[in-house]
Design a protein around this ligand. Structure first.
Ligand code: MN
Length: 341
């Protein structure tokens, strides 16, 4: 390609280029330069506008993104959202205590000790606040005992992993759980699981009876006639009034609420219970929430929220609270936790 300079170089004398046109050509060059600068400037402005619009739209999209679309429910979760299911013996027929127990995490000796200390009668009802399994020495033993005494339960984040792995195994076969480093195909779940995850050992060791019991623990147990009380594992989003619309992953995992969105993280926002209590002040029928999951915060008794995970598996205590009288009963625990997630 001939450079533009070639038009005016003295090495081209006498050819058909008219030298009288040179000033005109010079003017054209300046104009071309000017137009290029204008075009370049316009292009730059367009790029900036496009980038700004893209950022704004993305942010708006993020704000509008509901937590439920961020935290899909696994096709293997086999999850009941709200209980007790029809057919479960009504709590109203129980004249004794309704007791909520914090995270047992496989600590079967301590669970037995607590059950003995409570001296349960047929008029009492025990409710496990989730994370019955995992971390501790004998999750299967706890499941058997819980079933034996007719304990109701809600699903914890660890129980959920065990159930999902077991459902996958039941549907696809143990041979399909490979390669071990592969992530179980569950879609956009909040806590993807590798087949090698330690919960799969527990899943494989469960009988159908134990699986059926664990998977029957709903996300939320609701007792409107009992001071409008509910039991969940981790917490509830105070901005979602319909319990059916609460996001399962968050109900099983939340700790803080940060800029209006629940998160499993600690210390990045406000504890969900603080906001829940504040929100109940304006309600004609406040909802009381009994929960576990928050051993790092210890016993958390507030006006409308009652956190009873007192860190048994970490060598703390296993605690039961009477939903009617709020009386506490606890036993001390050995330290078992191996710091697995
Ligand atoms: Mn938990």
């Amino acid at each position: 390609m001939v450079s533009q300079g070639a038009y005016y170089t003295p090495r081209d004398p006498g050819d058909y280029y008219d030298l009288s046109q040179v000033p005109h050509q010079e003017k054209t060059r300046k104009q071309k330069l000017m137009w290029r600068l204008i075009a370049g400037g316009l292009a730059l402005v367009i790029v900036i506008v496009v980038v700004v619009v893209a950022v704004v739209v993305t942010r708006k999209h993020k704000t509008n993104d509901t937590p439920s679309s961020q935290y899909a429910v696994s096709p293997y979760a086999n999850l009941i959202r709200l209980g007790p299911e029809a057919g479960t013996q009504s709590l109203e027929s129980k004249t004794g205590r309704i007791l909520v127990v914090g995270d047992v995490h496989g600590c079967v000796n301590e669970f037995n000790k607590l059950v003995d200390k409570l001296e349960l009668t047929s008029q009492d009802q025990l409710i496990l606040a989730g994370d019955i399994t995992s971390k501790g020495p004998d999750s299967i033993g706890v499941l058997r005992k819980a079933k034996e005494i007719g304990a109701l339960c809600v699903r914890g984040n660890h129980d959920d992993k065990v159930v999902r792995l077991k459902t996958f195994e039941l549907q696809k076969g143990a041979g399909a759980m490979s390669p071990s480093k592969a992530v179980m195909p569950e879609g956009n779940v909040g806590d993807p699981l590798k087949f090698s995850n330690y919960h799969s050992v527990l899943a494989k060791n469960m009988t159908m009876d134990e699986y059926n019991y664990l998977s029957s623990c709903p996300m939320i147990l609701s007792f409107p006639s009992l001071n409008n009380s509910v039991v969940v594992h981790a917490g509830l989003d105070p901005t979602i009034p319909d319990l059916n619309n609460q996001v399962p992953y968050l109900v099983m995992n939340m700790r803080d609420i940060d800029h209006g969105l629940p998160t499993p993280d600690n210390k990045i926002g406000t504890p969900w219970a603080t906001l829940w209590n504040a929100a109940q002040q304006n309600q004609s029928q406040p909802t009381r929430v009994f929960y576990g999951h928050a051993s790092s915060r210890g016993l958390q008794i507030d006006k409308y929220t009652f956190g009873v995970d007192t860190g048994c598996v970490d060598g703390g205590h296993l605690t039961a609270i009477d939903m009617k009288t709020l009386q506490l009963t606890s036993v001390s625990c050995l330290k078992y936790d191996n710091d697995d997630d």
